[in-house]
Ligand binder design. Structure first.
Ligand code: HEM
Length: 222
């Protein structure tokens, strides 16, 4: 089957993806120093850098929410349980036998069912948990209009535990994600797509969507 190069990841999407990767990596690196696992920046600087990265991360999230809502791209992340088993079978068995990918990537459906479920979980559970526990960690005694007691939590322990659980889940996700990046049509095809925006998609699959989105740019691949 022939294939075409299709513009699948737009500029903001790639910017958001790489900024998010850098910030989460940096937040994890400085965070686990704060946790006491190693010493690199020194505790005080680790906290300072962690706070700066956290504000940048929140800013990025605000822009990303705006972009996803205004472009309708949020629909990519609505999970479906269809083909979940086929996708799991592929990652556990098929991939080691050179079996074909069970689901085809298209411009309007870039994520396989397992990705949809995982990213949805990250977006509505893990990242909100990380950000909200992080903000409570920062401001748990911050005076409010209602007086300091309004959010005067007696102990940081719970917050620290939730923040650390979210951090561990994010690191586990990063490690799995790095491995899965290599499981595209070639070892580097997914990485190239997120760098350049273009990915080779099977003929026929992209066409129906090319009609749907006049902005999709397609190049022939020999
Ligand atoms: C907007 C997001 C975030 C905010 C506001 C935030 C804020 C904070 C704050 C205030 C602390 C405590 C610093 C201190 O002891 O003075 C902390 C610790 C920590 N953060 Fe974050 N953080 C955020 C995101 C993240 C992310 C994404 C990760 C990891 C991927 C992470 C990992 C950690 C870890 C491991 C600790 C040490 C926890 C402990 O030992 O209690 N943070 N964070």
């Amino acid at each position: 089957m022939s294939s075409k190069k299709v513009y699948i990841y737009k500029a903001f999407e790639r910017f958001w993806h790489w900024m998010q990767a850098i910030l989460i990596f940096f937040l994890a690196f400085s965070g686990f120093e704060i946790h006491g696992i190693y010493s690199f920046f020194g505790y005080r600087d680790a906290v300072r850098y962690h706070n700066i990265a956290a504000y940048l991360f929140i800013g990025l999230i605000v822009f990303a929410i705006f972009w996803h809502l205004t472009t309708g791209e949020y629909k990519q992340y609505i999970p479906s349980f269809k083909n979940i088993k086929a996708q799991l079978d592929y990652y556990i068995f098929g991939i080691f036998r050179n079996a074909p990918h069970p689901t085809k990537k298209t411009v309007l459906s870039k994520l396989n069912p397992l990705q949809k479920l995982t990213y949805f979980g990250l977006k509505i559970l893990v990242i909100p948990l990380s950000v909200s526990s992080g903000l409570l960690y920062m401001f748990y005694r911050y005076p409010t209009r209602l007086g300091i007691e309004a959010i005067n939590i007696q102990t940081l322990e719970f917050i620290a535990v939730f923040h650390t659980i979210a951090a561990i889940l994010l690191v586990l996700f990063l490690v799995t994600h790095l491995y899965l990046i290599t499981t595209g049509d070639s070892v580097t095809s997914n990485l190239n797509a997120m760098l350049t925006g273009y990915e080779e998609l099977d003929d026929g699959k992209y066409e129906e969507h090319a009609v749907a989105s006049s902005k999709i740019s397609i190049q022939n691949v020999e």
